[in-house]
Design a protein around this ligand. Structure first.
Ligand code: SF4
Ligand code: MG
Length: 323
């Protein structure tokens, strides 16, 4: 089957009090059925804006998003609304994403009602199935969000995302607010759900080590751009972009053999303002390997291996060989 999600040259920009901000600057990505793509970058790099555009919470300024082959940019408002159930979102803060006055049962029933499941008994049965699927006990159905623990609330958020049988779930930092012990439980739940119903995930995180446990492929984002995409194993074994290498270097070493990178690279300093990103390669103000060309010419994302692309002038020779 072809891709469930295809994004091409997507641009998301905002007018804010501080000026014009291009949060997503020409990104192309795809998701195969049942696949998990990890999207990793520092906070403020535009990951959430990309996620929100995909679930139609913000309107892109340019580019296209195709959901199961349907290009959202060419569809009517009604057609776009009809496609919305196909792509759902799980948020970082389940408390903020759930109506505090609604009981769990109502939270799960609402999308079913909105999207035309008229039979009340069928809705109740579906709610029971969803709760069971995410490991919430049936008697929790009358609980309000604040009566759940953080981990249970995230289970409820996942159940709501699953209610309409989506083909894609955008998981925006879904475990960042949880204790480490709960993180593993929620990640395992997401994995089980994926095996059971072949849903695809765009899994957004600032933490490469979280993504390592769930992603089939990983995309690294820096200041609105994708700088590297690779199958998970290639990203760990042969990270090509200086920024990716620095992210891997920065991880705590539980397995010292795994992350050994010969020419250790450290990215110092803070993320430059996305309101005024550096010219040329956006990393050049922080990159230890930057040379003259980096400040004036933007590197394009180019293929260096099977499913492995990188945007860095250092790899031009490898790109020329692969072409
Ligand atoms: Fe560093 Fe230059 Fe590569 Fe950018 S293009 S990552 S500045 S070496
Ligand atoms: Mg975010």
């Amino acid at each position: 089957m072809s891709n469930v999600l295809e994004i091409n040259d997507l641009v998301v920009s905002y007018r804010t009090a501080r000026g014009h901000l291009t949060a997503v600057d020409g990104i192309s990505l795809h998701l195969a059925p049942g696949e998990t793509l990890g999207l990793v970058g520092e906070s403020g790099c535009g990951k959430s804006s990309l996620g929100k555009a995909i679930v139609q919470l913000v309107e892109p300024s340019a580019g296209s998003i195709r959901v199961e082959g349907h290009d959202l940019s060419t569809r009517s408002r009604a057609e776009r609304r009809a496609l919305r159930p196909k792509i759902q979102m799980v948020f970082q803060d389940p408390m903020g994403a759930l109506d505090p006055r609604q009981q769990a049962g109502t939270i799960l029933e609402t999308p079913l009602k909105l999207h035309g499941l008229r039979d009340a008994a069928a809705r109740r049965a579906r709610v029971a199935t969803l709760m069971e699927q995410v490991g919430l006990r049936p008697e929790f159905i009358d609980r309000l969000p604040h009566e759940f623990s953080g981990g249970q609330r995230q289970r409820l958020g996942i159940a709501r995302a699953l209610a309409l049988n989506p083909s894609v779930i955008v998981c925006d930092e879904p475990v960042s607010a949880l204790d480490v012990s709960l993180q593993a439980q929620v990640l395992n739940l997401l994995r089980r759900v994926q095996q059971a119903q072949k849903v695809s995930y765009l899994f957004i995180s600032h933490d490469l080590s979280v993504v390592e446990h769930i992603a089939d492929r990983v995309a690294i984002m820096y200041l609105g751009k994708i700088v590297e995409v690779a199958p998970r194993s290639a990203l760990w074994r042969t990270p090509a972009h200086p920024y990716t290498r620095a992210l891997i270097e920065a991880l705590p070493r539980t397995d010292p053999a795994r992350h050994r990178i010969a020419d250790k690279q450290v990215i110092g300093g803070d993320l430059p303002s996305p309101y005024n990103p550096p010219a040329g390669c956006r990393l050049h103000t922080r990159c230890p390997l930057a040379f003259a060309r980096c400040a004036v010419e933007e590197p394009k994302l180019a293929t260096i291996g099977d499913g492995h692309s990188v945007a860095c002038h250092l790899h031009d020779a490898a790109v020329a060989k692969a072409a």
